[in-house]
Design a protein around this ligand. Structure first.
Ligand SMILES: *[C@@H]1O[C@H](CO)[C@@H](O)[C@H](O)[C@H]1NC(C)=O
Ligand SMILES: *[C@@H]1O[C@H](CO)[C@@H](O)[C@H](O)[C@H]1NC(C)=O
Length: 216
């Protein structure tokens, strides 16, 4: 027989993890009240008497984004900021358009797992593990293919189609956050000292300064 105290402790640990992420709603909904000055984790609930269908809605995700930019991609993110009804529900969505050769540069979402579906085109996707360290899982997706980027892991997307590629993704947070790796490292405000970066990347400071000039 297993020791009941050990079992209870294990259960307590499991429950702690289980409640550590969105969603854990305590009511049907909690539409974000952006006017409230009260600081909470997420947003204060709007009085349900003032809630309307539009708080759960957005129109225009069928519209192609403008990809005429150096990255050749356009991201239309719908988080709690665009759809206040997402507050406390642990989900959000995004449409990404890619021109031929376009990329979403290497980034991570600190608070979300992402599941992406290709609606049109061909997309190279991949993520990098932390354990085992720095193993890349990569694949070329066709129309209708789905891929998962596990929570917090560094990942990338590149259009390998001769025409445009369009994807839609869902993320397991109302506010997934995004850290673009190059911008965080070379475009921070204020800049990270170049001798720290030169040592970290094992290159000359002049190379670091060239990177910094690209991201400022
Ligand atoms: C916030 O305040 C503005 C101006 O008073 C009002 O128009 C808007 O409807 C309010 N929004 C919410 C979510 O209460
Ligand atoms: C797309 O963006 C480019 C660069 O900002 C701009 O010159 C162009 O007019 C835009 N195209 C459309 C259709 O909005």
């Amino acid at each position: 027989m297993a020791n009941p105290i050990v079992l209870l402790s294990l259960l307590a640990i499991i429950c702690t993890f289980a409640t550590a992420f969105e969603p854990s709603p305590l009511q049907d909904f909690c539409v974000a009240d952006f006017n409230s000055s009260v600081g909470v984790n997420g947003h204060v609930c709007l009085d349900p008497k003032h809630v309307q269908a539009d708080h759960f809605s957005y129109s225009g995700l069928h519209i192609a984004g403008n990809t005429s930019n150096p990255l050749g991609s356009n991201i239309n993110r719908l988080t709690v900021d665009q759809i206040p009804g997402l507050n406390t529900l642990g989900i959000s969505t995004v449409r990404v358009d890619f021109a031929p050769g376009g990329v979403v540069p290497i980034h991570r979402h600190p608070r979300a797992t992402e599941i992406v579906t290709v609606l049109q085109g061909r997309l190279r996707v991949g993520f990098v593990t932390s354990d085992p360290e720095n193993q890349v899982f990569t694949k070329i997706l066709q129309k209708g293919d789905v891929f998962v980027f596990p929570m917090g892991l560094v990942h990338f997307q590149q259009n390998v189609n001769s025409g445009n590629t369009v994807v839609i993704a869902f993320l397991s947070s109302q506010n997934p956050g995004v850290t673009a790796i190059a911008n965080a490292v070379f475009g921070s405000n204020p800049p990270i000292a170049d001798d720290i970066l030169a040592k970290a990347f094992q290159v000359d400071k002049s190379i670091i300064e060239e990177f910094q000039s690209q991201f400022n």
